[in-house]
Design a binder for this molecule. Structure first.
Ligand code: ATP
Length: 452
């Protein structure tokens, strides 16, 4: 009797969406629902049969018939109802059953825990009270991921409990659509990076992309080049490796694609000069707007895309070359530290990050940091500093890795898949040409309007 009451209490709680407190110590009836329901159904069937007896023996034929039919109807209803109940207990309590199995396997005999589904998150909370296995309670990342088959989003260790949050719905990878190549006048600039990530340089200035060879850095930078051209950004490309990006020379203005040391120094100088010019203009008394940034003054963003920083630093064979490299590094430092308000941004890519390539003080000022492919723990530390997740997710597909964007409220880098660029379906340089032509014709139109 008590077991049935307990079973229906759990049924009711589940229907109401209230979390159940689970523990290997406590008596949980849903685990025995098959036997409990079988016994209860047997009892109900017996009652229905007893109810039939007087009808069978003591009433006129018509009433007997009605009584019998009513009895069959009750029996039919009862079979349906118990079938529904069985399905409910079988499917709605599957997380509970799996979590209890996990607790058993982890030797968490006395712990109390519960879970709740909150929008796209599966929130698992385990209480520290009465738990002698404290260390285990804080290290359930892997067992929980294996049990739930969900990626871990974050973990918070509180005084009384440990909260684990899992992503319920797998975010979708963005697929670049060449058909949607249109210019936008939107100075808000936010770029959808797919997989639930939106990047806004005005909020998180500058980008760092690191990853071994073949991890997808160049493809991701190509995606950004297209997105920035759509936003009419002024692009500078530094390509000391003479990779595919140097082909942009035919489309961008003179001096905007740099491969030699002197060209690189000139490109960084041009960006610093533009930044200073903007500050002078923005701070001039007739233009001054308190608290405004480049968007408030209708400046487009300027981006310097620096492909392979370490390759560039290796160019310093002579004393003169070393002093040019130093000048470039000083320019880059200025842009990182002062560029945000003037709308001058940097992207660094590096196969391998170390503090000689990019000093950590500078790295900490890069708002968006990405590590593509599998990296060493030292590599992750160099990219993310204190924002490394406790469990590093596997990167299984090309162009996948970890991303951290400042100011999103998330404290740790997360798994992410860069936008998928199907190079068989479109030609990168044709896309660039199309966007540059669109920009030129929109500028011609604007200058014609001004002339009229
Ligand atoms: N986002 C993506 N979409 C589609 N394919 C991708 C993506 N990222 C990587 N790839 C595939 O992986 C290959 C290698 O990527 P990519 O050239 O960008 O690597 P990389 O990190 O720039 O390497 P390296 O440092 O050697 O230049 C690409 O040619 C492409 O086939």
């Amino acid at each position: 009797m008590f077991a049935w009451l307990q079973l229906f209490r759990e049924y009711h709680q589940k229907k109401q969406g209230e979390p159940l407190t689970l523990s290997l110590d406590s008596s949980l009836e849903f685990l025995y629902y098959k036997n409990d329901l079988l016994r209860l159904q047997g009892l109900v069937n017996l009652l229905i049969l007893i109810f039939q007896v007087p009808f069978l023996f003591s009433f006129p034929l018509l009433i007997r018939l009605i009584g019998l039919l009513f009895g069959f109807w009750l029996l039919f209803k009862d079979i349906k109802y118990f079938h529904k109940l069985r399905l409910f207990f079988r499917f709605k309590f599957s997380y509970e059953a799996d979590l209890l199995t996990m607790a058993y396997e982890q030797g968490l005999a006395h712990s109390k825990f519960m879970y709740r589904i909150e929008e796209n998150l599966f929130h698992f909370r385990i209480f520290k009270d009465y738990t002698p296995e404290l260390a285990k309670v804080e290290a359930l990342d892997k067992p929980l991921m294996a049990t739930l088959n969900l990626p871990l989003k974050s973990k918070i260790v509180n005084e009384q409990s440990v909260d684990y949050y899992f992503q319920l719905k797998k975010p979708e990878r963005l697929v670049y659509n060449p058909q949607a190549s249109e210019l936008t006048d939107d100075l808000a600039l936010a770029i959808n990076l797919g997989y639930g990530m939106v990047y806004n340089p005005a909020k998180a200035p500058h980008i760092l992309v690191s990853g071994g060879t073949g991890s997808g850095k160049s493809v991701f930078i190509s995606f950004l080049v297209l997105e920035l051209l759509k936003r009419k950004s002024d692009l500078y490309v530094v390509d000391p490796k003479h990779s595919d990006l140097s082909a942009l020379k035919s489309y961008l203005p003179d001096g905007h694609v740099a491969t030699s040391l002197n060209e690189i120094a000139k490109a960084t100088r041009l960006v610093v000069e533009e930044m200073q010019r903007r500050y002078d203009e923005m701070n001039a008394p007739e233009n001054f707007k308190y608290g405004s940034n480049f968007q408030g003054h209708n400046y487009r963003s300027v981006w310097l895309l620096f492909d392979e920083l370490a390759g560039f630093q290796a160019m310093g064979a002579t004393k003169e070359a070393r002093s040019t490299i130093q000048e470039v590094m000083n320019n880059l430092t200025q842009i990182v530290l002062l560029g945000r308000q003037a709308g001058c941004f940097l992207l660094f890519s590096a196969q391998q990050m170390n503090s000689n390539t990019l000093p950590t003080e500078l790295r900490d000022n890069l708002g968006c940091r990405i590590a593509l492919g599998a990296n060493s723990s030292e590599g992750y530390r160099m990219v993310f500093g204190g924002h490394i997740p406790e469990v590093i997710p596997q990167t299984s597909v090309k162009g996948s890795g970890l991303i951290y964007i400042d100011g999103t409220g998330k404290q740790e880098a997360e798994y992410w898949e860069a936008p998928f660029m199907d190079m068989k379906k479109f030609n990168f340089l044709d896309e660039i040409k199309k966007l540059c032509d669109l920009t030129n014709s929109s500028e011609d139109l604007a200058s014609n309007k001004n002339a009229l």
